[in-house]
Design a protein around this ligand. Structure first.
Ligand SMILES: C[S@@+](CC[C@H](N)C(=O)[O-])C[C@H]1O[C@@H](n2cnc3c(N)ncnc32)[C@H](O)[C@@H]1O
Length: 214
């Protein structure tokens, strides 16, 4: 019953959400063919939410932690103004190779700089209060450290968007045995208890946390 209802609402939500650009649909197909992991990308509904948030927040200098094959980076780049910039962090050469190819195909690709190294190294090189949007979607055990860095580099009043905060619903089944789920559960508590941040958790896809630096 629950599962059936979930599938019905998901289809309804999908039907009533704008489609993404044809290039993004092509990227999903190639990602599935080459990696078999297209489910790692945020997909249409979460992608459109991210696009609207980038647009209405007026972001110009965004950071993404976890590029994979470039779906969410292109989602963000499409939503940025002409002079907007996105630095995206990816440590895996194969994933980055596909992403870079698609950035070249997109009229918005020129806004994106991919840093091919561990995300923490890139983040350490970014000045305090110098960016206005952060998207966290890489290795789950590092989420707490990525949040600390995001709070440091983010300007006051700006947003952090975090993916996978339900970790495939594994955070709800006690005791939590899965290592990624334990890391995510600890991350969620850390954010909840941080008074420097205003936040709302949403049950979009695998759970997202929207956090505004006060
Ligand atoms: C879930 S995928 C990102 C999906 C992407 N945001 C999207 O929606 O299309 C996570 C990515 O983070 C990368 N990653 C994992 N650990 C990393 C690290 N320490 N530094 C940089 N990238 C990392 C992985 O190689 C993988 O490509």
């Amino acid at each position: 019953m629950g599962i059936e209802f979930g599938a019905v609402t998901e289809k309804y939500i999908d039907d009533h959400t704008d489609d993404v650009s044809p290039l993004l649909r092509e990227l999903v197909e190639e990602t599935e063919e080459v990696t078999g992991l297209s489910r790692w990308s945020i997909g249409k509904v979460e992608g459109k939410l991210l696009q609207l948030l980038v647009k209405i927040s007026g972001a110009r200098n965004a950071i993404e932690i976890g590029t994979f094959t470039g779906y969410s980076a292109l989602i963000i780049a499409e939503a940025l103004p002409e002079d907007g910039r996105l630095i995206t962090c990816e440590a895996n050469e194969k994933h980055a190779g596909i992403a870079l190819r698609y950035f070249k195909k997109s009229p918005h690709g020129g806004k994106i700089r991919l840093e091919l190294k561990p995300a923490m190294e890139t983040l350490k090189g970014i000045a305090d209060s110098s960016v206005d949007f952060v998207f966290i979607d890489a290795d789950k055990p590092s989420y707490g450290r990525y949040f600390d860095e995001a709070m440091r580099i983010l300007q006051t009043g700006c947003l952090i968007f975090v993916d996978n905060v339900f970790w495939r619903n594994k955070i709800f089944k006690q005791p939590i045995t899965n290592a990624n789920a334990r890391a995510i559960a600890a991350f969620n508590e850390k954010v909840k208890n941080d008074d420097r941040a205003e936040k709302v958790m949403l049950s979009v896809r695998d759970g997202v946390y929207l956090i505004r630096k006060k």
